[in-house]
Design a protein around this ligand. Sequence first.
Ligand code: COD
Ligand code: ZN
Ligand code: ZN
Length: 375
Amino acid sequence: MSTAGKVIKCKAAVLWELQKPFSIEDVEVAPPKAHEVRIKMVTTGICRSDDHVVNGTIFSHFPVIAGHEAGGIVESVGEGVTTVKPGDKVIPLFIPQCGKCSTCKHPEGNYCLKNAMGMPRGTMQDGTSRFTCKGKPVYHFLGTSTFSQYTVVNEISVAKIDAAAPLEKVCLIGCGFTTGYGSAVKVAKVTQGSTCAVFGLGGVGLSAIIGCKAAGAARIIGVDINKDKFAKAKEVGATECINPRDYEKPIQEVLQEMSGGGVDFSFEVIGQHETMMAALLCCQESYGVSVIVGVSSSSQELSMNPMLLLSGRTWKGAIFGGFKSRDSVPKLVADFMAKKFPLDPLITHVLPFEKINEGFDLLRSGKSIRTILTF
Ligand code: COD
Ligand code: ZN
Ligand code: ZN
């Protein structure tokens, strides 16, 4: 029997307040309104930013359904939806692509002005929620809310992908993989034969390494204070790995020496000001490009000597690897299907959705790279 147009009762992981475990609850998911899409979730990854909602680093209203890195199947669509239909395989997008704003119209911009990151309202574009639990409305997160068997997203926040794609893998294209990979191929535009340094060898840093390799870098130097991360970094393409704690001198000097004057491209994939400066300093002073990928505390400012840029360096940053979401996600899935890059090395754990708190424990203890939850 079709569920279209009806309220769906299902399970979701609700976060009732800060610093509490997720609670699996019965929720009601309202049908999609005009220009909205209801999705049956198949898999969702657990990303660091979801944990940032739990610990308050990312602001959210409560109760909330978090989750933003997922894959699913369209269950039904609201009035006026033309780009997806029931049965389509899709990836929800935490940065929409409205196609109409000044950012979307610019060939290089990807931070669509309709995004929910700057000012999280926790609702759909019309200001209301599609979720209720125990008679109360539950807030949305980043317009995705994938920690639920069903979710509702705006049409501008969903990408239709190849029907043959394995959702339990390509869900990573919805956040972590694309963030790192795009920082190399799209933001830095890594060149053939270049030398790169990647600071931080978590899932996003590993994805940056995969991007550097795909772009043809000759040397990719991984930097991490945890040497247990080195084997996996080498597996995905790092040619060398170094631990700043093994050296007396600052790590930027070590990298300058290793590269004969500075690397061509550097990436900060940790989210600390100290390593952002080290990454900037280790790149060649005249033509080096340094990309900030990690998010640091928004309340702190970073001071720097402008001479570091006047000599010619470029300092950049980007969300979602600089990719326009609706345009790029289907293409990245096609590239994965064509074996242009791997995703398997990033997936260390697969758990049933009900074990979501176990998945977060693995993330917090540093034991997992990515945990995938299956519905
Ligand atoms: N020097 C070297 N390595 C360090 C240091 C240091 N001082 N401190 C920590 N590290 C290493 C850790 O040992 C670890 O291996 C690595 O840095 C960080 O890895 P993870 O596993 O904690 O993190 P990732 O790869 O999953 O994600 C890192 C980000 C910084 C990218 C992430 O936390 C983040 O800020 N993401 C937001 C970016 C974004 O675009 N967000 C939008 C939606 S998610
Ligand atoms: Zn837009
Ligand atoms: Zn994420």
